[in-house]
Design a protein around this ligand. Structure first.
Ligand code: FAD
Length: 286
């Protein structure tokens, strides 16, 4: 690893955990001494057709900004697709990471990351950018009586890693939208965790509707929200406007956009929310 956290990673195992989730295990440079924390985000770089490995810029010795400039300067048809994912787990003995990929859409509508995951095989190569410790956002457990974790299937890896790391006695309520019963997962945790599974059944508002219908436990909540950007927006609005929760008590992130790919530019709403996320990241005033 250099100052820029970029490295090739090689698939060592592929397993379909549920109908719409594939778990891919990777080995690679830098995984022998890998820093870990829950909800660990990284970028994955997917090769363009005809390439075995993603083409990477030569600027690995520079800083992150010059690496990114060099990345953008690669020819369009060679520049890897870059997508955000979550480290589901790290195996410190075998120096491997696993990433859970949601299989959404059809081969015609799915994006390049999902197409890759649907046909991933041992020996395939990707690159990773990150994770970077400065983006770690520990849950403020000392300032909350209970946690609300709400998200769709793309948030399952983060929710799984978060609940597995919770200390004994923490009260948490997870509300997770998946396609159907066969896509539900089991978590191992020391926390007092209740999980409400929501089956999308093709509806776009299933998750906000389910959270709206919840009876919240008493006490101060800290809410962690992730998933489709419109649903996350609706959830946040509900928590702030209808439940009276302070914005500083909500960590929210639009993981994907219903009509846009991750290559598309941010919308005005995305930019405004990015500003709000920065503001909401400040410690809440009790
Ligand atoms: C911080 C962060 C962490 C994330 N962690 C994970 C993770 O661990 N596992 C995971 O699977 N995803 C995760 N995601 C979401 C993932 O990055 C997006 O779903 C991404 O768009 C997938 O790329 P793609 O190439 O398949 O689709 P894109 O090329 O980005 O989009 C193609 C089309 O697919 C649609 N689309 C994208 N995602 C979905 C979806 N989930 N369901 C239905 N339609 C979709 C888009 O609207 C678009 O029309 C994370 C996102 C963020 C920001």
């Amino acid at each position: 690893m250099t100052a820029v956290p970029v490295a090739l990673i090689e698939v060592t195992d592929v397993r379909r955990t549920t109908p719409h989730m594939v778990r891919v295990t990777f080995a690679g440079a830098g995984l022998d001494d890998f820093p870990t924390w829950p909800d660990q985000q990284l970028k994955l770089l997917f090769p363009r057709p005809g390439r075995r490995a993603p083409r990477l810029p030569d600027a690995a010795d520079g800083d992150a900004m010059s690496w990114y400039q060099a990345f953008l300067a690669l020819p369009d048809d060679e520049r890897p697709w870059m997508r955000s994912y979550t480290v589901r787990s790290y195996d410190p003995d075998r120096h491997r990471i696993t990433v859970d990929f949601v299989l959404h859409g059809t081969p015609a509508t799915a994006g390049p990351a999902t197409r890759w995951a649907a046909s991933a095989t041992v020996g395939d190569l990707l690159a990773r950018y990150g994770p970077a410790a400065e983006y770690a956002q520990p849950l403020p457990l000392d300032r909350a009586d209970w946690l609300l974790l709400a998200g769709d299937a793309t948030a399952l890896p983060a929710i799984g890693s978060l609940v597995e790391a919770l200390p004994a006695g923490t009260r948490a309520l997870a509300c997770v939208e998946v396609a159907g019963p066969a896509d539900e997962q089991r978590f191992t945790t020391r926390a007092e965790l209740t999980v409400r599974w929501v089956h999308a059944d093709g509806r776009h508002d299933a998750l906000p509707a389910a959270v709206r219908a919840l009876t919240f436990p008493p006490g101060q909540v800290f809410a962690w929200l992730a998933g489709e950007a419109g649903a996350v927006r609706a959830l946040r609005r509900h928590l702030v406007d209808e439940r009276g929760i302070d914005k500083g008590r909500i960590d929210f992130s639009g993981y994907w956009r219903r009509t846009l790919t991750q290559d598309d530019a941010p919308t005005e709403e995305d930019l405004a929310e990015a500003q709000e996320r920065l503001a909401a990241a400040r410690p809440p005033q009790d």
